[in-house]
Design a protein around this ligand. Structure first.
Ligand SMILES: Nc1ncnc2c1ncn2[C@@H]1O[C@H](COP(=O)(O)OP(=O)(O)O)[C@@H](O)[C@H]1O
Ligand SMILES: [Mg+2]
Length: 276
Protein backbone atom coordinates (compact mmCIF):
# COMPACT_ATOMS: atom_id res chain seq x y z
CA UNK A 1 0.00 0.00 0.00
CA UNK A 2 1.44 3.38 -0.91
CA UNK A 3 1.56 5.86 1.92
CA UNK A 4 2.30 9.37 0.74
CA UNK A 5 1.23 10.97 4.03
CA UNK A 6 3.44 12.14 6.83
CA UNK A 7 3.37 11.05 10.42
CA UNK A 8 4.07 13.47 13.19
CA UNK A 9 7.05 11.53 14.45
CA UNK A 10 8.69 11.98 11.03
CA UNK A 11 8.63 15.72 11.27
CA UNK A 12 11.98 17.42 11.78
CA UNK A 13 10.15 20.63 12.50
CA UNK A 14 8.46 19.33 15.64
CA UNK A 15 9.16 22.06 18.18
CA UNK A 16 10.75 21.03 21.44
CA UNK A 17 9.63 22.09 24.87
CA UNK A 18 6.48 21.41 26.74
CA UNK A 19 3.32 22.87 28.08
CA UNK A 20 3.41 22.01 31.76
CA UNK A 21 0.22 22.19 33.77
CA UNK A 22 0.72 21.61 37.49
CA UNK A 23 -1.84 21.53 40.27
CA UNK A 24 -4.46 23.32 38.20
CA UNK A 25 -7.40 24.11 40.45
CA UNK A 26 -10.57 26.00 39.59
CA UNK A 27 -13.88 26.32 41.37
CA UNK A 28 -17.07 27.99 40.26
CA UNK A 29 -18.92 28.81 43.49
CA UNK A 30 -18.19 25.81 45.70
CA UNK A 31 -18.10 23.34 42.84
CA UNK A 32 -14.72 22.03 41.66
CA UNK A 33 -14.17 21.96 37.95
CA UNK A 34 -10.45 21.18 38.24
CA UNK A 35 -8.77 19.94 41.38
CA UNK A 36 -5.01 19.48 41.33
CA UNK A 37 -4.99 18.68 37.61
CA UNK A 38 -1.65 17.90 35.94
CA UNK A 39 -0.81 17.53 32.28
CA UNK A 40 2.18 17.73 29.95
CA UNK A 41 1.67 18.61 26.32
CA UNK A 42 4.38 18.59 23.69
CA UNK A 43 4.72 21.77 21.70
CA UNK A 44 4.09 21.34 18.01
CA UNK A 45 1.41 18.74 18.53
CA UNK A 46 -2.25 18.84 17.71
CA UNK A 47 -4.28 17.83 20.73
CA UNK A 48 -8.04 17.37 20.72
CA UNK A 49 -10.05 17.52 23.90
CA UNK A 50 -13.20 15.44 24.07
CA UNK A 51 -15.53 14.80 26.98
CA UNK A 52 -19.09 15.01 28.26
CA UNK A 53 -21.03 18.22 27.96
CA UNK A 54 -20.25 20.58 30.83
CA UNK A 55 -17.16 18.67 31.99
CA UNK A 56 -14.99 21.76 31.66
CA UNK A 57 -13.47 21.67 28.17
CA UNK A 58 -13.96 25.36 27.47
CA UNK A 59 -12.95 26.18 31.03
CA UNK A 60 -9.73 24.21 30.51
CA UNK A 61 -8.60 26.18 27.48
CA UNK A 62 -9.83 29.44 29.02
CA UNK A 63 -7.64 28.71 32.05
CA UNK A 64 -4.51 27.68 30.22
CA UNK A 65 -4.80 30.55 27.73
CA UNK A 66 -5.23 33.09 30.52
CA UNK A 67 -8.75 34.16 29.54
CA UNK A 68 -10.06 33.32 33.01
CA UNK A 69 -7.96 33.29 36.18
CA UNK A 70 -6.65 30.10 37.78
CA UNK A 71 -7.39 29.62 41.51
CA UNK A 72 -4.23 27.59 42.16
CA UNK A 73 -1.56 25.97 40.05
CA UNK A 74 0.85 26.90 37.29
CA UNK A 75 0.88 26.76 33.50
CA UNK A 76 4.23 27.07 31.75
CA UNK A 77 4.92 27.17 28.02
CA UNK A 78 8.43 25.92 27.48
CA UNK A 79 9.25 27.43 30.86
CA UNK A 80 7.58 30.75 30.05
CA UNK A 81 4.43 32.20 31.55
CA UNK A 82 1.18 32.68 29.62
CA UNK A 83 1.96 36.41 29.28
CA UNK A 84 5.36 35.66 27.75
CA UNK A 85 3.90 33.35 25.11
CA UNK A 86 2.16 34.23 21.83
CA UNK A 87 -1.26 32.64 22.08
CA UNK A 88 -4.30 32.98 19.84
CA UNK A 89 -7.86 31.87 20.28
CA UNK A 90 -10.67 30.97 17.89
CA UNK A 91 -14.02 31.17 19.63
CA UNK A 92 -17.02 28.98 19.01
CA UNK A 93 -19.27 31.93 18.39
CA UNK A 94 -17.78 33.69 15.37
CA UNK A 95 -20.74 36.06 15.23
CA UNK A 96 -19.58 37.69 18.43
CA UNK A 97 -15.87 37.25 17.81
CA UNK A 98 -15.38 39.60 14.85
CA UNK A 99 -15.69 43.37 15.09
CA UNK A 100 -18.84 44.13 13.11
CA UNK A 101 -17.81 47.68 12.27
CA UNK A 102 -14.58 46.57 10.61
CA UNK A 103 -14.16 45.05 7.19
CA UNK A 104 -12.86 41.47 7.17
CA UNK A 105 -9.40 42.63 6.17
CA UNK A 106 -9.25 45.10 9.08
CA UNK A 107 -10.36 42.37 11.47
CA UNK A 108 -7.47 40.20 10.30
CA UNK A 109 -4.99 43.06 10.57
CA UNK A 110 -6.18 44.27 13.98
CA UNK A 111 -3.83 42.19 16.20
CA UNK A 112 -0.83 43.66 14.35
CA UNK A 113 -2.10 47.14 15.10
CA UNK A 114 -2.33 46.19 18.77
CA UNK A 115 1.24 44.92 18.61
CA UNK A 116 2.21 48.40 17.43
CA UNK A 117 3.63 47.41 14.04
CA UNK A 118 3.77 50.14 11.42
CA UNK A 119 1.16 50.22 8.65
CA UNK A 120 3.53 48.98 5.96
CA UNK A 121 4.61 45.93 7.99
CA UNK A 122 0.98 45.21 8.85
CA UNK A 123 0.00 45.14 5.18
CA UNK A 124 2.94 42.98 4.19
CA UNK A 125 2.13 40.46 6.89
CA UNK A 126 -1.52 40.28 5.86
CA UNK A 127 -0.57 39.85 2.20
CA UNK A 128 1.82 37.03 3.06
CA UNK A 129 -0.80 35.24 5.13
CA UNK A 130 -3.45 35.55 2.42
CA UNK A 131 -1.05 34.32 -0.25
CA UNK A 132 -0.50 31.23 1.86
CA UNK A 133 -4.20 30.47 1.98
CA UNK A 134 -5.60 31.18 -1.42
CA UNK A 135 -8.82 32.46 0.13
CA UNK A 136 -11.69 33.18 -2.19
CA UNK A 137 -13.46 35.65 0.07
CA UNK A 138 -13.91 39.34 -0.65
CA UNK A 139 -12.13 40.67 2.41
CA UNK A 140 -13.40 44.18 1.83
CA UNK A 141 -16.79 43.03 3.04
CA UNK A 142 -18.13 43.47 6.53
CA UNK A 143 -18.66 40.34 8.66
CA UNK A 144 -22.46 40.45 8.27
CA UNK A 145 -22.01 40.22 4.50
CA UNK A 146 -20.14 36.90 4.81
CA UNK A 147 -21.44 33.37 5.38
CA UNK A 148 -20.80 31.63 8.70
CA UNK A 149 -17.95 29.60 7.26
CA UNK A 150 -16.37 32.69 5.72
CA UNK A 151 -16.63 34.55 9.02
CA UNK A 152 -15.01 31.68 10.86
CA UNK A 153 -12.25 31.58 8.24
CA UNK A 154 -11.67 35.29 8.91
CA UNK A 155 -11.49 34.53 12.66
CA UNK A 156 -8.91 31.83 12.00
CA UNK A 157 -6.85 34.16 9.81
CA UNK A 158 -7.01 36.81 12.52
CA UNK A 159 -5.81 34.24 15.04
CA UNK A 160 -2.91 33.25 12.77
CA UNK A 161 -1.71 36.71 11.80
CA UNK A 162 0.53 36.97 14.88
CA UNK A 163 2.05 33.55 14.12
CA UNK A 164 1.06 32.23 17.55
CA UNK A 165 3.09 29.57 19.29
CA UNK A 166 -0.16 28.03 20.47
CA UNK A 167 -3.59 28.24 18.85
CA UNK A 168 -6.67 27.42 20.92
CA UNK A 169 -9.85 26.44 19.12
CA UNK A 170 -13.10 25.99 21.03
CA UNK A 171 -15.56 24.03 18.89
CA UNK A 172 -14.68 26.30 15.99
CA UNK A 173 -16.80 24.59 13.34
CA UNK A 174 -19.84 23.59 15.36
CA UNK A 175 -22.11 26.20 13.75
CA UNK A 176 -21.14 25.29 10.19
CA UNK A 177 -22.77 22.82 7.83
CA UNK A 178 -21.03 19.51 7.17
CA UNK A 179 -19.58 20.43 3.81
CA UNK A 180 -18.08 23.63 5.21
CA UNK A 181 -16.85 21.75 8.29
CA UNK A 182 -14.94 19.26 6.13
CA UNK A 183 -13.43 22.11 4.15
CA UNK A 184 -12.37 23.96 7.30
CA UNK A 185 -10.82 20.80 8.78
CA UNK A 186 -8.80 20.46 5.60
CA UNK A 187 -7.60 24.09 5.78
CA UNK A 188 -6.70 23.78 9.44
CA UNK A 189 -4.54 20.72 8.75
CA UNK A 190 -2.87 22.66 5.98
CA UNK A 191 -2.01 25.43 8.46
CA UNK A 192 -0.78 22.94 11.02
CA UNK A 193 1.41 20.98 8.64
CA UNK A 194 2.92 24.12 7.24
CA UNK A 195 3.52 26.09 10.42
CA UNK A 196 3.53 23.59 13.23
CA UNK A 197 1.85 25.86 15.74
CA UNK A 198 0.72 23.87 18.73
CA UNK A 199 -3.01 23.32 18.28
CA UNK A 200 -5.40 22.69 21.13
CA UNK A 201 -8.88 21.93 19.86
CA UNK A 202 -12.03 21.37 21.86
CA UNK A 203 -14.59 19.40 19.92
CA UNK A 204 -17.83 17.66 20.76
CA UNK A 205 -17.58 15.82 17.46
CA UNK A 206 -15.54 12.65 17.91
CA UNK A 207 -14.86 12.29 14.20
CA UNK A 208 -13.42 15.79 14.11
CA UNK A 209 -11.45 15.28 17.33
CA UNK A 210 -9.78 12.18 15.89
CA UNK A 211 -9.31 13.49 12.35
CA UNK A 212 -7.35 16.55 13.44
CA UNK A 213 -5.30 15.36 16.38
CA UNK A 214 -2.15 13.42 16.99
CA UNK A 215 -3.72 12.56 20.32
CA UNK A 216 -7.13 12.87 21.88
CA UNK A 217 -7.50 13.69 25.56
CA UNK A 218 -10.62 12.03 26.87
CA UNK A 219 -11.94 13.92 29.89
CA UNK A 220 -14.19 12.63 32.67
CA UNK A 221 -17.06 14.43 34.31
CA UNK A 222 -16.26 16.93 37.07
CA UNK A 223 -14.03 17.20 38.95
CA UNK A 224 -12.33 16.64 35.67
CA UNK A 225 -9.57 14.13 35.15
CA UNK A 226 -8.07 12.55 32.06
CA UNK A 227 -9.83 9.23 31.50
CA UNK A 228 -7.44 8.27 28.72
CA UNK A 229 -5.12 9.68 26.10
CA UNK A 230 -5.66 8.09 22.72
CA UNK A 231 -2.87 8.42 20.14
CA UNK A 232 -3.90 8.95 16.52
CA UNK A 233 -1.03 7.60 14.48
CA UNK A 234 -2.60 8.10 11.07
CA UNK A 235 -0.81 9.79 8.14
CA UNK A 236 -1.44 13.48 7.43
CA UNK A 237 -3.22 15.12 5.80
CA UNK A 238 -6.41 13.25 6.64
CA UNK A 239 -9.02 13.91 4.03
CA UNK A 240 -12.70 12.95 4.14
CA UNK A 241 -11.87 9.55 2.65
CA UNK A 242 -9.49 8.66 5.45
CA UNK A 243 -12.41 8.95 7.90
CA UNK A 244 -13.57 5.51 6.81
CA UNK A 245 -10.20 3.77 6.88
CA UNK A 246 -10.00 0.76 9.25
CA UNK A 247 -7.30 2.37 11.43
CA UNK A 248 -9.35 5.56 11.78
CA UNK A 249 -12.51 3.63 12.65
CA UNK A 250 -10.60 1.56 15.23
CA UNK A 251 -9.28 4.70 16.97
CA UNK A 252 -12.72 6.24 17.02
CA UNK A 253 -14.17 3.08 18.59
CA UNK A 254 -11.50 3.13 21.25
CA UNK A 255 -12.43 6.72 22.14
CA UNK A 256 -16.09 5.82 22.17
CA UNK A 257 -15.39 2.92 24.51
CA UNK A 258 -13.59 5.22 26.97
CA UNK A 259 -16.38 7.74 26.73
CA UNK A 260 -19.15 5.16 27.31
CA UNK A 261 -17.26 3.64 30.23
CA UNK A 262 -16.85 7.06 31.87
CA UNK A 263 -20.47 8.03 31.40
CA UNK A 264 -21.63 4.62 32.71
CA UNK A 265 -19.23 4.80 35.67
CA UNK A 266 -20.59 8.21 36.58
CA UNK A 267 -24.21 7.12 36.18
CA UNK A 268 -23.76 4.09 38.45
CA UNK A 269 -21.85 6.17 41.03
CA UNK A 270 -24.67 8.72 40.91
CA UNK A 271 -27.31 6.00 41.37
CA UNK A 272 -25.39 4.43 44.29
CA UNK A 273 -25.06 7.73 46.16
CA UNK A 274 -28.60 8.73 45.35
CA UNK A 275 -27.52 11.87 43.48
CA UNK A 276 -28.23 12.54 39.83
N1 LIG B 1 -18.09 31.67 34.58
C1 LIG B 1 -18.69 30.62 35.12
N2 LIG B 1 -19.32 30.72 36.31
C2 LIG B 1 -19.91 29.66 36.89
N3 LIG B 1 -19.93 28.41 36.34
C3 LIG B 1 -19.34 28.25 35.16
C4 LIG B 1 -18.69 29.33 34.47
N4 LIG B 1 -18.18 28.87 33.32
C5 LIG B 1 -18.49 27.55 33.27
N5 LIG B 1 -19.18 27.18 34.37
C6 LIG B 1 -19.64 25.82 34.68
O1 LIG B 1 -18.50 24.97 34.67
C7 LIG B 1 -18.80 23.74 34.02
C8 LIG B 1 -17.88 23.53 32.85
O2 LIG B 1 -18.22 24.45 31.83
P1 LIG B 1 -17.54 24.41 30.39
O3 LIG B 1 -16.09 24.46 30.57
O4 LIG B 1 -18.17 25.49 29.60
O5 LIG B 1 -17.97 22.98 29.86
P2 LIG B 1 -17.79 22.31 28.42
O6 LIG B 1 -17.06 23.28 27.55
O7 LIG B 1 -17.03 21.04 28.67
O8 LIG B 1 -19.16 22.00 27.92
C9 LIG B 1 -20.26 23.80 33.65
O9 LIG B 1 -20.99 23.17 34.64
C10 LIG B 1 -20.56 25.29 33.61
O10 LIG B 1 -21.90 25.54 33.91
MG1 LIG C 1 -17.60 24.38 25.84
Amino acid sequence: MSDPGTRISDQQSLRRGKIEIRGLTKQFGDSDVYRDFNLDLQEGEFVSIFGPNGCGKSTFINLISGIIPIDFGTVLYDGKTIAQTRLSYVFQNYREALFPWMRAISNIQYPLKILGLDKKTQSLRVEALLAEFNIKIDLNRYPYELSGGQQQMVSILRALITDPEVLFLDEPFSALDYEMTLFMRERLQHVFLKRRNTMILVSHDLEEAVQLANRVLMLTRRPTRIADTVPVDVPWPRDAKSLTSPEFVAIKSRCLEVFSREVARHDSAGAASGSG
